[in-house]
Design a protein around this ligand. Structure first.
Ligand code: FE2
Ligand code: FE2
Length: 367
């Protein structure tokens, strides 16, 4: 079955064409790569995995509550709108929310696939080209994984969120080579990483936990890549050039913040939009979620040196300035450890099952 048959609202069947400007850069310096980037590249090669094999796709998912969260976590919970809904309507709402969320993850991954391929071409240094090439492969695997999940476990796609589309287009259109990095590696990836983290840690569904933990293991490297490459470059820029980048960050962060409100679901189900959005904005879950969403972006923006008064004022306005103290290295290590722990648990389970089978066979033999 084609994806087009599974969209909640029809999407155009021709491709979305984003014009690009700028050059494909060649370098004749094949030596002298930066150690930290080359190490990251090595890690990128070592840690490739196959979603068809590493994930237990047989595990069941409830399509009306993919993450298996208690209903109090729903942003409309406790409102009169929620109280008037029948169980069937709540289930429908839940299925749309799950589909919307994972569809945005999916479209974001396709964006990352395109942007990382673009970085391979446009970035001047070979060490960065090497790394971006492994990231391109990572992103292809992520698109593959989220499509499979949406198609087989939810059976419904949502179109791309317009704010995400806008930021993606702006990141690709610019001829300056660092803008795709900033838009994609720092803002979109940083936000996605935080959103994946919320669902990885809260989800009670083993399949959802597993796939998010594995994707995060890769994404943590991608954010580190953006940071390493930009930090060196931004230190050399003029005040004016840095100010332009800071403006891009501020605009991008506001766009990204609004993206996660899930307005399209409310519109699609013809619920009272403005009232629902008010509930969403006031819900304690959403407030918490929002501050967590910026946990990866803010320390990264600070670290690459885009920390002028405008950026700080915007983060203070969003109530996320505190995140600046976050330790990205520690978070990245934790992402690795969690993925490894999921692997270890899986291995443990397999051994137990096998042992059971062996014992059964021996018992049969004895009879
Ligand atoms: Fe990805
Ligand atoms: Fe990524």
């Amino acid at each position: 079955m084609s994806s087009f048959d599974l969209y909640t609202t029809p999407v155009p069947d021709e491709t979305w064409n984003v014009p690009m400007s700028g050059a494909a850069r060649f370098t004749w310096e094949y030596d002298g790569g930066r150690d930290r980037l080359l190490n990251l590249y090595q890690k990128g090669k070592d840690k490739q995995w196959d979603a068809q094999k590493r994930i237990d796709w047989d595990q069941e998912v409830d399509p009306v509550n993919v993450a298996g969260l208690p209903e109090e976590f729903n942003p409309l919970h406790g409102s009169d709108i929620w109280d008037r809904m029948t169980q069937k309507e709540r289930d429908e709402f839940g299925r749309h929310q799950g589909s919307w969320l994972f569809s945005q993850f999916l479209h974001g991954e396709q964006g990352a696939l395109n942007v990382s391929a673009r970085i391979v071409q446009s970035v001047p240094d070979l060490d960065s080209k090497f790394y971006a090439a492994t990231q391109t492969m990572d992103e292809a695997r992520h698109v593959e994984l989220y499509t499979k999940f949406l198609h087989e476990k939810i059976g419904m796609y949502y179109p791309i969120n317009q704010d995400l589309a806008k930021l993606l287009a702006e990141s690709l259109e610019d001829s300056r080579w660092d803008l795709p990095y900033l838009g994609m590696q720092v803002l979109i990836e940083g936000l996605a990483l935080a959103a994946f983290g919320v669902y990885r840690d809260l989800s009670t569904n083993p399949l959802v936990k597993q796939l998010l933990a594995y994707v995060m293991q890769d994404e943590a490297r991608h954010v580190a890549f953006g940071r390493l490459a930009l930090k060196d470059y931004y230190a050399e820029l003029t005040e004016k050039e840095r100010a332009e980048r800071e403006e891009f960050v501020v605009e991008g962060c506001y766009l990204m913040r609004d993206r996660f409100k899930g307005r399209e679901v409310i519109e699609r189900l013809e619920l009272p939009v403005e009232r629902c959005m008010e509930y969403v904005e006031q819900s304690p879950m959403f407030t918490l979620y929002q501050s967590m969403l910026f946990s990866r972006i803010v320390p990264c923006v600070r670290d690459v040196g885009l920390w002028g008064p405008k950026v700080q004022a915007a983060y203070a306005d969003m109530g996320v300035l505190d995140n600046a103290k976050g330790d990205l290295e520690a978070l990245m290590r934790q992402d690795e450890e969690i993925a490894e722990k999921v692997d270890a648990e899986r291995y443990e389970q397999e051994v137990t099952v096998r042992r059971g089978e062996v014992e059964e066979a021996i018992a049969l033999g004895a009879e």
